[in-house]
Structure formats: C-alpha cells, structure tokens
Design a protein around this ligand. Structure first.
Ligand code: PLP
Length: 393
C-alpha cells in the first residue's frame, strides 16, 4: 500500500539534503564544538554556519540565535527566562486561549508561582481581537506571548500589529512560530519581536532540535546551568549534527518557501473544497482567516474523529484530530472549543496538513478515501442518522 501522509503539522520527514548535510558530523567531523583542535573546529564551523542559516530565515543576527532541543524548550526558555530575569515588579503575562501546551502549561506553572496571566479569547476563526489585547495591558505587564500559526487550524495572528502594540507599551513580545517558520516569511525586526521559538522537526530537520531567537539586549535568565556553551544561554555540548540539519533545513526553506507555499495551498484548497462538496454537512474551520498554506481542519458531524483516523489509517491515509487522550477519555481540543465548537463537533473534526512532498495524485486519492470512510462511519452513527433525519426536507 502506498501510504499518504497528511500530518505534517505533527512532524515532517527529514529532507534528504538535510540528512546529507548531517551525516559527516556523525563520523568524520564528530568533534566537540568546544575543542580547539581540528576535529572541534570543524564541528564549530558546522554550528556557526547553521546559526547563520537560521538567522537568515528570520532576518536576525547569528548571535541572536540559541539552539535548543525543540519548540517546547524554546517556549519554556523564552517565558521563564523573561520572568526570572525581571525584578519581580512586573507580574503579568498576556497570551491566548489557543496556544500550544508548551506555552499554556508554562503560563499555568507561573500562575502557581503567583504571576497573573490573561488568556485572550479568539473569534470563530481563531483570531484574537487587538482591542482586547490593548485593554489587557497593565502597568505590571511584562510579556505578550502569542503564537504565529495555530497548529490545529493554521490561523495566523496579526504579529505586526501585536508587535506595534507591545513596543508602544514597552512590553516584551514572544511568538511561538513552530508552525510557521519555514512556511512563511518572518522578519523579526519588522515584526518587532523580542523572542521567537521554532522547531526543527516541523521544517524537515530532525526531532530534538530547535532554536530560540533572542533579540540583542533582551533581559533573559538562562534556563539551564552548566558550561559556557552558546554564551551561557544554553549550556551543554552542542548536538552538532542536528544543529547542522536545522541550518540546512532553514536554508532550504528560505529558498523554496514562496514556491512551496503556492503549490501546497493550491493542493490544500483542492482537498478542502473537494471534501466539502463530496461530504454532506461538512464544514471547514477557520477557513475565513489568514492561514498557513498547508493546513485545513474540517468538522464531519456524526463521526468520532478518533474512529475516522483509524479508518483512514487502515486505508493508508495519515491525518490527525486535535483531541488529546488524557486519563482514558478523549478530551475535545481546547483550540476547537475556543473557536466555539461544541464538544461533539470538536471531537468530529480532523486536521489535514500537507507538506513539501505531497502530490496532486495523493490529494485525488484522499478525495476518494475520506468521503467513503465518513459515509461508512455515519451509517453506524445513531446520532448522525437522527440529526440528518431531522433535517431531511
Ligand atoms: N508549539 C507548537 C505550535 C507546536 O505545534 C509544537 C509541536 O507540535 C510545539 C510548540 C512543540 O514543539 P516540539 O515538538 O519541538 O517540542
């Protein structure tokens, strides 16, 4: 069976050019980047080239890039780092209700330490309201942390406006750009960002590597204590091969971003329109918002998302629900409930996320596989039969 992978927001395959760039650093160039001999200097050169490549993707300066273990660490580092560097007088953070857990749970941990956090609501497309943001800022606000692209919907927040508001209020501005870095142009300078998180495995580099952009002059307490690696910001012997892979991935994304976005959004639209026209009562979520080019999220009333994922997997198609399985119960996604979906519809929603290697033939196949699976599950669904019987004219 030729498997179709439409779950690129969960993770991406390592690009073959990325793997090629990494391989020498496992063998010939295996040195410790802190060593002064030639082995070490080759590794150092790989790390510093990667720093330049990641900086180039963001219009940052290389010295403003710190390599981390991924998006979760970058988010934690940014938020705890700013709070811990503060004098303690500024005790208020602002975020949104649809952030990834890496931000939400960090904010919740800080609440337990006595900080106040405002979780801004979003509208039906997942967009925050800029007036709500302005009103939420207080004299003691230290940081605004708002994600760029939402992982479940693809919705893009208006970073330029948020950056302007944060700068006017003299408040630090962090964005979790894990789902947008490499897909869309990001200019940390024009967006007036102080901190930005990204993750390798969402942009065709390996898992376990990421980066944090820290604008020069930002007061940030280090997160880990150890040696002097990465100017003390992130001690620990650098994961040279993974860093080199992230650098290469950033370079590739920089070069291909615009053409990839055009091609992928055309395929995404074909998939979305095709599913909506073939599957009665289906609805696309956040379709009216500015979105990442690769993501669509569709509600198929009458089905359980988990059951559909399994049915599709049996047919060779991989996609996902936003639902998280906790303590045996399937919780509806906090993102989908935040945009106003009732729990039953949130559970009936599926995310399709396309990628660099997605082909038109795969989308054509998905347009056969998904409608058949939804129809089959709906036949078994007492609730869908009742709902649809009530609406039959
Ligand atoms: N932030 C967002 C928006 C994400 O989608 C993810 C991963 O899904 C993360 C953070 C966490 O990144 P990582 O898996 O690299 O820790």
């Amino acid at each position: 069976m030729n498997r179709i992978y439409l779950d690129h927001n969960a993770t991406t395959p390592v690009d073959s050019a990325v793997l090629d760039a990494m391989l020498p650093f496992f063998s010939r160039d295996f040195g410790n980047a802190s060593s002064i001999h030639t082995f070490g200097q080759r590794a150092r050169s790989g790390v510093e080239t990667a720093r330049e490549q990641v900086a180039g993707l963001l219009n940052a300066r290389p010295q403003e890039i710190v390599f981390t273990s991924g998006g979760t660490e970058s988010d934690n580092h940014a938020i705890f780092g700013v709070v811990n560097a503060g004098s303690g007088a500024l005790k208020h953070l602002i975020t949104t209700s649809i952030e990834h857990e890496a931000v939400l749970n960090t904010c919740q941990a800080l609440e337990k330490q006595g900080l106040a956090v405002t979780y801004l609501p979003v509208d039906g497309n997942g967009l925050l309201n800029l007036d709500d943001l302005r009103k939420a800022i207080r004299a003691e606000t230290l940081l605004i942390t708002v994600m760029h692209a939402n992982n479940e919907l693809g919705t893009l927040q208006p970073l330029a406006e948020i950056g302007r508001i944060a700068a006017e209020a003299d408040v630090y501005f962090h964005t979790d750009a894990v789902q947008s870095a490499g897909k869309l142009a990001i200019d940390v300078e024009s967006l007036q960002l102080d901190l930005l998180s990204l993750s390798g495995h969402k942009l065709y580099a390996p898992k376990g590597i990421g980066a944090l952009f820290i604008k020069g002059g930002t007061r940030l307490r280090q997160f880990l204590y150890g040696g002097h690696h990465q100017r003390g910001f992130r001690p620990g012997t650098e994961n040279v091969a993974a860093i080199v892979g992230l650098g290469k991935a950033a370079e590739l994304a920089h070069a291909a971003r615009t053409s990839d976005a055009q091609r992928i959004s055309t395929l995404r639209d074909k998939l979305e329109h095709g599913l909506l026209s073939r599957i009665p009562d289906s609805r696309a979520n956040a379709a009216d918002a500015p979105r990442t080019p690769n993501t669509c999220n569709i509600t198929f009333p009458g089905i359980e998302g988990e059951a559909l994922i399994i049915a599709l997997d049996l047919k060779g198609l991989a996609c996902s629900t936003g639902a998280a399985c906790s303590s045996g119960a399937v919780e509806p996604s906090h993102v989908l409930t935040a945009i106003g979906l009732p729990a039953s519809e949130a559970r009936a929603s599926i995310r399709f996320s396309l990628g660099r290697h997605t082909t038109e033939a795969e989308i054509v196949a998905a347009l056969e596989i998904v409608p058949a699976a939804v129809a089959q599950l709906r036949q078994l669904s007492p609730t869908y039969r009742t709902e649809s019987a009530n609406t039959v004219k």
